[in-house]
Design a protein around this ligand. Structure first.
Ligand SMILES: NC(=O)c1ccc[n+]([C@@H]2O[C@H](COP(=O)([O-])OP(=O)(O)OC[C@H]3O[C@@H](n4cnc5c(N)ncnc54)[C@H](OP(=O)(O)O)[C@@H]3O)[C@@H](O)[C@H]2O)c1
Length: 300
């Protein structure tokens, strides 16, 4: 089969090549991928992988072989999938039954492909933060994949959402998604903040800490800034910083997000789309902060 392979000798470090077909275990389905969704994390992680490694977590497509255990979706089912600890931007992928969801016929498969890492991360980070009704939720890196889902889900939960972005242009469309305020960095953001969904890290994380109200919590999702955070003191009123990891078994959360999509209560913004032969270009756009929302590759 064709697959995206790590190749440190080429620009961007990724190219299309050939790899052996995966052999599913009895509790896995074999899926032919139609759309691959890029995440900052899988692209960044690919940089430290050896030549020939197949990176990538998220894809949607069609089941071409049902699980031999007899469980899970039948051959021909449209599914959205993620790969857990394995990786797989390839034509074929063997997927655990609890890392997929069946995509209703009226939902676009390309849109569905964006949900697993970004959507489920946003959902789980917000759920972990307690009730949102009437609370002030700050989302940093709000223009990106996790960020755009977090803005929408926090607004759905009844929060006053403050979307933080890198420039005025990067804030476009966020009010329409449910942000009450859009800030460049933390300019003009006032205390108290009750929940922070932090995708950026570094000095902005430390500044967000200073805005946090009593019993507030920061969910540390990512350090996209690549910078360290330094805190003069953590002594004082009770509030917390939590390390976050999305974790496995995304299936039930994917079903929930698909229901929101179907009901028109959640929107997927695909800011870059093209053939998977353009993986280098797509990766450069994502790292260059030029993608509003998600980048999706079509397996053609
Ligand atoms: N812990 C977990 O389980 C988990 C799960 C999913 C994602 N993550 C992490 O969460 C982060 C967001 O992921 P994503 O897929 O949403 O990424 P993304 O789509 O690339 O979005 C990241 C956003 O961060 C901002 N950003 C990028 N570079 C920056 C920089 N140098 N300084 C400040 N801001 C910068 C950009 O917004 P502006 O251009 O507006 O500044 C961008 O929209 C990543 O670090 C990823 O690895 C972690």
């Amino acid at each position: 089969m064709r697959a995206v392979l790590v190749d440190p000798s080429v620009e961007g470090g990724l190219r299309l090549g050939e790899a052996p077909d995966p052999e599913p275990r009895p509790d896995q389905v074999l899926v032919r991928a139609q759309h691959l969704a890029l995440n900052y994390g899988d692209l960044n992680g690919a940089k430290s992988r050896p030549a020939g490694f197949i990176p990538g977590w998220d894809a949607s497509g069609v089941v071409v072989r049902a699980a031999s255990s007899g469980n899970g979706p039948a051959e021909g089912a449209r599914v959205v999938t993620t790969m857990g600890t394995q990786a797989g931007w390839a034509e074929l992928r063997a997927v655990d039954l609890d890392e997929l969801a069946v995509v209703p016929a009226d939902i676009d498969l390309a849109a569905a492909s964006t949900l697993p890492i970004a959507g489920v991360t946003a959902l789980r980070a917000l759920t972990r933060s307690g009730a949102l009704l009437g609370r002030r939720v700050l989302v940093t890196g709000a223009s990106g994949g996790v960020g755009r889902f977090a803005v929408q889900l926090a607004a759905l939960g009844g929060a006053h959402v403050i979307a933080s972005v890198g420039s005025v242009a990067r804030g476009e469309g966020l009010r329409e998604l449910g942000a009450t305020e859009v800030a460049v960095g933390l300019e003009g953001v006032t205390s108290p903040i009750h929940v922070v969904i932090d995708n950026v890290g570094g000095p902005q994380l430390a500044a967000a800490w200073r805005l946090l109200g009593e019993n507030g919590v920061i969910q540390c999702i990512g350090t996209t800034s690549g910078q360290e955070a330094s805190f003069a003191s953590l002594v004082g009123m009770r509030r917390s910083i939590e390390a976050f990891t999305k974790g496995p078994r995304s299936g039930a959360d994917l079903e929930f997000l698909l229901r929101l999509l179907q009901a028109g209560r959640l929107q997927v913004d695909i800011g870059w789309r093209g053939s998977w032969t353009r993986i280098t270009e797509a990766g450069a756009a994502l790292f260059g902060r030029q993608v509003a929302g998600k980048a999706v590759l079509d397996v053609d």
